[in-house]
Design a protein around this ligand. Structure first.
Ligand SMILES: NC(=O)c1ccc[n+]([C@@H]2O[C@H](COP(=O)([O-])OP(=O)(O)OC[C@H]3O[C@@H](n4cnc5c(N)ncnc54)[C@H](OP(=O)(O)O)[C@@H]3O)[C@@H](O)[C@H]2O)c1
Length: 373
């Protein structure tokens, strides 16, 4: 059993997980139908049965999936680690031809990232999404693959992203531009360069988003702004390019910070903040900044996973498959725990003063003590 199968589970387990909500609803309605029949309410039972049947037909119709095979090319950016690496492995395991964009050759000499990808048959190519020429070269690689192997570009997955923790006032303009440059402008650059190919192949554009696009959180206000901006962009783009046959989908993968490299440069970012902090700011925040940096520099968060592992939550792949393969895709696919789900609903439905308190409960960060300098 390979690592992807271990995460994803066997066919039956995956099928049951995928349809578990529909099965629960179906079972509940069936029990009600049986109860009504037993109690002699045959008309009500018949109506409920019709509703159940209609629901099942609609469910089956709208959850139909396309099949993928080796003629389908899937292009993913940011595959050195974390989600990009895992999705590249996953799509390859499903039989697609995968082109994985990697920004840099791993720094650890015996890193297995590229070797593992290649071993699974994933094609790797350098791409730095903030660099015009690099993105053009990447586009040429996509074209070359499509022509040489007679493939169809099934999807472009804009996954590459960066995140910097720290209060807004501490983050330098350079750090702000870094996050906007990669997450927003880089994603736009890759998409623009590949647009003619996406149009020609009537491909699907999948943008990796975040819960922060819905609900921006303290400590990652700039990251949240980039993801919210991506959301606004995809909302317009979906209608703009829908008429050319391109489908635009956002995928929110949930939280897996401990299995990705997204925090690996956090200590360097804190150094940068510290170096550029004015005397006044340093004095004002005092020990709070130190406690904050210590908390977010803990090894489990900032460890460089140059030998990346597959992200272990199987639901990510099940929901991603819907985003990739559903014949009638939704605009957003979310992978979220019950905790995320409840908080998201509460954030949207409560008055601001309650919502802001809930946000503080949700985000676990060192507390601010006004008298501590
Ligand atoms: N981790 C989470 O809990 C979480 C939650 C929600 C959403 N997301 C989103 O999921 C996506 C993947 O994040 P991850 O957690 O898997 O992080 P990750 O392990 O750091 O992967 C991000 C990838 O993007 C690449 N990248 C960064 N800047 C780039 C650039 N300028 N050009 C090309 N590639 C670049 C990175 O390359 P290097 O290794 O060279 O930096 C890395 O391969 C991001 O869009 C993130 O916002 C993550």
């Amino acid at each position: 059993m390979n690592s992807m199968e271990k995460v994803y589970g066997s066919g039956w387990a995956a099928w049951l997980r995928k349809h578990s909500i529909a099965l629960q609803i179906g079972t509940t309605i069936s029990c009600n139908v049986a109860y009504l029949m037993d109690a002699g309410h045959t008309r009500k039972a018949a109506t409920l049965s019709m509703i159940l049947l209609g629901g099942v037909s609609l469910y089956c119709f709208f959850s139909r999936r396309r099949k993928i095979n080796a003629r389908d090319l899937i292009v993913i950016t940011g595959c050195n680690s974390g989600l990009g690496y895992s999705l590249a492995m996953h799509c390859r395991a499903k039989g697609a031809t995968v082109l994985a964009g990697l920004r840099q050759i791993p720094t650890v000499p015996n890193s297995s990232a590229i070797e593992d990808l290649k071993k699974q048959g994933v094609i790797v190519h350098h791409v730095e999404i903030t660099d015009e020429q690099s993105v053009r070269d990447f586009r040429e690689k996509v074209k070359e693959l499509l022509e040489e192997r007679q493939l169809v570009l099934r999807a472009l997955i804009n996954n590459a992203g960066v995140m910097v923790f720290g209060e807004f006032e501490w983050q330098t303009q350079k750090l702000a531009e870094y996050q906007v440059g990669v997450n927003l402008l880089g994603t736009m650059r890759v998409t623009r360069e590949l647009m003619p190919i996406l149009r020609e192949n009537r491909s699907r554009l999948i943008v990796i988003s975040s819960h922060c696009a819905d609900q921006s959180l303290p400590g990652i206000s700039i990251y949240g702004a980039t993801k919210a901006a991506l959301h606004a962009w995809t909302t317009s783009l979906r209608v703009e390019v829908g008429k050319y046959g391109i489908e635009v989908v956002s995928f929110i993968p949930g939280g897996f910070v401990l299995e990705s490299n997204i925090m690996k440069r956090q200590r360097l970012h804190f150094d940068e903040m510290r170096r550029h902090m004015s005397e006044e700011v340093q004095q004002y925040y005092g020990n709070y900044f130190t406690r904050y940096t210590e908390y977010f520099s803990m090894p489990s968060l900032t460890e460089n996973r140059d030998n990346p592992k597959i992200v272990s939550d199987p639901r990510i792949y099940e929901i991603f498959d819907n985003a990739l393969l559903n014949v009638y895709p939704s605009t957003i696919y979310r992978c979220e725990s019950w905790r995320y789900f409840f908080y998201r609903i509460l954030f949207k439905s409560t008055p601001t003063f309650i919502r802001d308190r809930l946000v503080q409960r949700f985000v676990i960060i060192p507390p601010w003590k006004a008298d501590e300098k």
